[in-house]
Design a protein around this ligand. Sequence first.
Ligand code: AHR
Length: 667
Amino acid sequence: MKKKVTLLLVLAFFSFELTASAQQNLTKNGAPQSKGKPISTDLFGIFFEDISYAADGGLYGELIQNRSFEYSPSDKDSWNKGSNWHSLTSWEFTTKGYGYGTISVETKSPVSPNNPHYVVLNIEEAGREGVGLTNSGYDGIVVRAGEKYNFSVFVRQLSDKSIPLEVSLQNKNGTVYGKANFSTQTNDWKKYAATITAAQSDDSAKLVIVAKIKGKLAIDVVSLFPQNTFKNRDNGLRADIAQAIADLKPKFMRFPGGCLVHGDGLGNMYRWKNTIGPVEQRVEQRSIWNYHQSVGLGFFEYFQFCEDIGAKPVPIVAAAVSCQNSGGTWRIGGTGQRALPLSEMKAYIQDVLDLIEYANGPADSKWGAKRAAAGHPKPFNLEYLGVGNEDKITPEFKERFKLIYDAVKAKYPKITLVGTVGPGPSGEDYELGWKFANQLAVPVVDEHYYEKPEWFLNHYQRYDNYDRSKSKVYVGEYASQGNTLYNALAEAVYMTSLERNGDVVRMASYAPLLARQNYTSWNPNLIYFSGTKVFPTVNYYVQQLFSVNQGDIYYSSVVSFPGRKDLRDSALAASCVRDSKTGDIILKFVNAGPAATQARADLSGFGQVNPKASCIILTGTSLAEDTFANPLNVVPETSVFLVAKSFTCDVPPYSLRVIRVKTGRDD
Ligand code: AHR
């Protein structure tokens, strides 16, 4: 991401006088009293949910909206009624140039029964420009001059003669930016593909496909991708959004949700097998977030993306119960949880086991072969699998969770299972969830909380007293309900406590990750985007600073705020970690309050240190935000910072400062 880089030579205020608390923490030879505590190497990652158009119309690179004509009235406003979505949403019947004919949506003999709707065009008179269909993408199709686009479509010729077709990218007035021609070859479904180069840039182009003579044909799965996807992959991801995610350097990625996983009723539960294989054979479905999932971004693409960005995959499967808020029952107390009949559990559990084989099995195993057929013979090295998402802890849930849990443990003992303990930081499901997790000795449980910034400041010690002999914690979803610098810094304060407790907190991910401008189902989010731009928030920079500056050893006695023993009522926090691969010592100082202060660091236990440290500071006014209008309002600034064995440094109001110190070999 763009950063304001100012190379300042910041002079630290050297001081060789140790505070009482720092003195107590040193041994005779000057090494930190504690050798440091190993902490999780998977601590900071991301949570991707297909919410707010994060997948279709977002990270997924497809430019055609409703490419398979599978949108339906139930996709949208399911609980408000009055939806106007249908098979031709985002499409227009195109009869310019005095052509005419009829259009119908049919289901009788589709490309795949999984994808039942297709369009039949009966061209009675092609006129001067042909008769066909126009797609307007997601608020227009974004094209760039000189860029190449991969077009494909399934067509079935329904009349005797071959039908010539023309596909073009046009502006809203019909100016053609690029086109390709082909003719139907068979009365069976056949995929046709072409490359179109755009002659001009346009943020709201259209794709027009027309038949040039009288005839009848069926059309389905009309697709257009930029060739320039992330890592140039087919069926790939939008490069700028994927890069913004990659720049977070997440240690893991949880997917595909969230509530999307357990679904709005049993029929809406996310089934990973529906999301792999050729896109025309995938089973599309309504999204719990009030739109549609093409599942073109499916489990293969998620695993591939994780590999591409060096993040461990953390897929989540439903615990065979639907969301307790199904049907909008959160309004009346979340009574909508439904459980799969026990008679279906054997098959459901097999699906879960097959997922592990799909990810890790040899290329000649049944499911490993499907991964290999998709172009990835090597395993994806799955280590974690989540079961359930903040479910209501009912007897039905418990029975099904245990069946899944036992089966996975028995067949794949090396997989680390992640359980779930409700939607909040406390309360009935939290208590019952933890009790149940302890009974089963679930290795990791997933806690969620969306709270005010003050909550994060006040719960800075939440994990200090967690029992280290019990389940480890995955803070799977958290956010402080805002995108101001103050919010981001409250999260930063809390994140130092996650580092401090990195022996019991295994993983943490801010949520949600992505949201398309004007299509937000949820606020705040970490990254906003439009059709053309990506807007990281201040919270994003906090996440990034922690993630790229993660360590694997935590030191409790290196940083302090002189004169302040107890930080409980303050908005101050600091941490010291070390990355044992590079040997670097990483210090973080956070001030989420209005008063400037100073912090002290004592590096005397680390042997030789390079006095020229790198320093990144994120600071501004408390309510500052990075907005669409002012996206670079608050961004990290980098400088060189001179350190000594013992030094103090300024901690300005509303700031996060990260100092990275290189150590010598004799350490
Ligand atoms: O992150 C948005 C939603 O918040 C998730 O889908 C759900 O798990 C939580 O309630």
